[in-house]
Each structure stands twice: as C-alpha cells, then as structure tokens.
Design a protein around this ligand. Structure first.
Ligand code: ADP
Ligand code: ADP
Length: 231
C-alpha cells in the first residue's frame, strides 16, 4: 500500500479544514502497520483513503503497484474486494444471525449458493466461534461480535485488513483475543493489516511499524520498538 502526498479537506460550518495534510506512507505486504495519535488527528480519514471510502482531494493511492486513485465502478469494486474492514462498533446487521451476517458478504461477491454453508463454517472456525452460527449479535459479547466482524471481513479472502479502533470498545481480555487472532491471520494467510488505535498498549503488542499522526500530519514513522524507546 502506498499513500503518496495525500490531502483530504472537509467543510465544517461553511469553512474548509484539512483533515489530512500531505501524508505519505508505504505499508509492505504482510506487515502489521499501526497508525496512532489523538482523537481528531486524521487516522480514520487516512485509512478510509486506502479503499477510497474517502477520496483524497489530491495525492495518489497505489495497491500492488497499481494507481487506483481514479478508479470507479467495476474497477473500484475489484480492488475493494482485496480489502476487508472492521470497526470500533462492529457494524453487524442486528436482525441477522452470525451465519447470515457472514453469508451476506459471500453472496455480495457471488459465492455459489452451495458453497456458502461450508465457507461460513470455515470462517467461524478461524475466529473460534463455531458454536455461535445461529445466534443474533445482541446475544454476543463485544469480543464475540468483533470476531464475527473479522470473519465477515475475511469472507472474500482479502489481501488487506483495515481496522479502525477495532479493540477500543473491548475490555483487556477481549482485546488480547482479537490481537491473537489478527496475529494468527497475518501469519497464516499473509494478510497485510493496517490498524488505527489510540491505545498505546495495543500498539506495543500488535504493530511491526507505526505512523504517528497529529493534526492531520504524519509526524513520525518507524519500527514499534524505536517509536516506544526513543525520546
Ligand atoms: P481520528 O480518526 O484521528 O480521530 P478523523 O479522521 O476521524 O480523526 O477526523 C479528523 C478530522 O476530520 C476531525 O476534525 C473530524 O472532525 C474531521 N472529519 C472527519 N470526517 C469528517 C466528515 N465526514 N465531515 C467533516 N469533518 C470530518
Ligand atoms: P473516530 O472514532 O474515528 O474518531 P468519529 O466518531 O470522529 O470517528 O467519526 C465517525 C464518522 O463520522 C466518520 O464516518 C467520520 O467521517 C464522520 N465525522 C467525523 N467528524 C465529522 C464532522 N465534524 N462532520 C461530519 N462527519 C463527521
């Protein structure tokens, strides 16, 4: 993933503000890359530029060497299939069971009907939730909901997983379980992970490298060890 000189502007109360200012970074294939910084720093906005949920005002987005910045329609859908996303508040469909939540993602990508049940079963095994297929989200803990969201995000075998404050609504025990699952997925499936957080403990435990953002700018990028040890 290459973000090259990205700028994003928003209108707030009739005035323009720069949410992301000249941000550049490269995430290598197979990395667990973190973006940290205080609330309002522009982390969410920058990550949403990667899958063009937030088109930049200027700058380029490259995925596997391909400039996708101007992609629309079918071309954009094709690159978005390479990327799964999970959120702080899980964003599950409350009126659908765990099975149905994951099946919807498979159907949206034209998975053959006769393969759906087997594929859902496989995905639930990956997140240690095989016994919850017929449960509704309201009857799951926060950690279990996030594991369903991870299974759904993995439904179409993405190369990249984008995680926006994915552990921020969870207690320590569930946070550690999500960290273990993401590490395992990264290791076994070679999925590149980009993870935003304001939780420094998560950053220290999970990330290979870190970008630090403040007021829309990337102020530092480096190995996790260096970011945490150098003044
Ligand atoms: P972070 O993820 O670091 O908390 P965000 O990327 O969510 O930061 O927000 C960065 C800035 O951009 C904030 O000032 C926020 O209010 C503003 N912002 C984000 N999204 C929008 C939007 N859709 N419209 C207007 N302002 C926005
Ligand atoms: P985060 O937890 O990442 O800081 P926010 O709560 O700031 O997220 O933003 C949640 C959603 O609201 C995002 O889709 C963001 O783009 C949008 N948003 C944030 N700030 C504003 C704003 N000032 N005006 C309009 N939309 C906003």
């Amino acid at each position: 993933i290459v973000l090259d000189n990205i700028n994003v502007n928003f209108k707030q109360k009739g005035r323009s503000m720069q949410a992301v200012k000249s941000a550049s970074l490269t995430v290598e294939k197979g990395e667990i890359f973190g973006i940290v910084g205080p609330s309002g720093a522009g982390k969410s906005t920058l990550v949403r530029v990667i899958n063009l949920l937030q088109p930049p005002a200027s700058g380029r987005v490259l995925i596997n060497g391909e400039d996708i910045t101007a992609f629309k329609g079918a071309a954009l859908r094709r690159v978005r299939l390479k990327m799964g996303m999970i959120f702080q508040h899980f964003n599950l469909i409350s009126g659908a069971t765990v099975f149905q939540n994951i099946a919807f993602a498979l159907k949206a990508n034209n998975c053959p009907e006769n393969q759906i049940a087997g594929r859902v079963k496989q995905l639930l095994e990956q997140v240690n939730l095989s016994d919850k297929a017929n449960v509704y989200p309201a009857n799951l803990s926060g950690g279990q909901k996030q594991r369903v969201a991870i299974a759904r995000a993995l439904a179409n075998d993405p190369e990249i997983l984008l995680c926006d404050e994915a552990t921020s609504a969870l207690d320590l025990e569930n946070t550690e379980e999500i960290i273990r699952i993401l590490r395992r997925i990264n290791r076994e499936k070679h999925i590149t992970v980009v993870f935003i957080t304001h939780e420094m403990d998560v950053a220290r435990k999970l990330f290979d490298r870190i970008a630090v953002m403040a007021e829309g700018e990337i102020v530092e990028i480096g190995d996790t060890y260096r970011i945490f040890t150098e003044p």
